[in-house]
Write a protein that binds this ligand. Structure first.
Ligand SMILES: [Fe+2]
Length: 287
């Protein structure tokens, strides 16, 4: 519409020193006497129009327009770059989620486990007020925590009866397989501690490295609580999941031995709890 609209269509910058006598004048320009208008061109496409107006009658010159057009092209390049960056980020996250889904497709009983572990983890991270950088790697680590299960044979991964010691040893390799899978992707490097150490225990009796206390990366300590809680409350073909209260009790019981007590406290103080206790909303969380 109006002068800006016609600059969008023509793709040419313009000076209009007497706006009110211009035939394209529309009411939206009320209060403006003079203006310069330039298209924001990214490559050959107009992505917007920038308008500079003055409510006093001034005479913009060709020199002003030249400067204004230069600023407009810088702005257009910045807008284009931001949009490309956004698209790249979106492709990256979609690829990561798809990668994580490949494991859920094999072990369908866990239905949406990855998504819930991510939501619980982020809720804990938010309560702990983790910096943005840690929240980003927490999210990636939570999504990819079990990606290494892709390297565990079906006969072991999907076994419905209890595992032999040898089979359990095979399962215990999945954090290491996970690390191997993602370490070649530079944008995923920050997620490695979460993936590799989500089965470490605060007491030092976990695997694969037997790390203890704060030797275990914060993202791994968080994912451990989120993952265990979800595993406890999910039905499996061979056993029924615990009730919420029973699972809360387990978290309290193992706080300080299996789990970092600060993380357990943060879980209980997080938004997730509010959602659990707001009338029957567990379905919403479990999706
Ligand atoms: Fe795991």
């Amino acid at each position: 519409m109006g002068i800006a609209g016609s600059v969008w269509v023509s793709g040419r910058a313009e000076i209009v020193n007497d706006v009110h006598s211009d035939s394209r004048f529309v009411n939206g320009t009320v209060g403006i006497s003079s203006l310069m208008c330039a298209p924001l061109k990214a490559k050959d496409t107009v992505v917007g129009v920038i308008k500079l107006g003055n409510d006093l009658p001034v005479m913009y010159t060709a020199e002003d327009l030249k400067l204004f057009t230069t600023l407009a092209s810088l702005a257009a390049v910045a807008i284009e770059n931001a949009s490309l960056y956004e698209q790249l980020q979106e492709t990256f996250y979609t690829t990561v989620y798809t990668l994580a889904e490949t494991i859920e497709k094999r072990d369908t009983y866990t239905g949406n486990h990855t998504k819930r572990v991510m939501e619980y983890s982020l809720a804990i991270g938010k309560t702990l007020e983790l910096p943005e950088k840690d929240m980003a790697r927490l999210q990636l680590g939570a999504v990819l925590h079990d990606i290494g299960k892709i390297g565990v044979r079906d006969s072991v991964l999907l076994k419905e009866s209890s595992l032999t010691d040898e089979e359990f040893e095979q399962i215990k390799n999945h954090p290491l397989y996970g690390e191997e899978i993602i370490r070649g992707i530079s944008q995923l490097k920050s997620a490695i501690p979460g993936v590799k150490h989500h089965h470490e225990k605060f007491s030092g009796r976990g695997y694969p490295d037997g790390l203890k206390g704060e030797e275990i990366d914060i993202t791994a300590r968080i994912i451990s609580v989120a993952d265990s809680f979800d595993a406890m409350t999910t039905n499996r073909p061979y056993r029924k999941g615990l009730s919420l209260d029973e699972a809360f009790e387990e978290l309290r019981k193992y706080s300080g031995s299996q789990f970092d007590p600060e993380i357990v406290d943060a879980f209980f103080a997080s938004d997730v709890m509010e959602a659990f206790f707001s009338a029957n909303s567990r379905q919403k969380i479990l999706l």
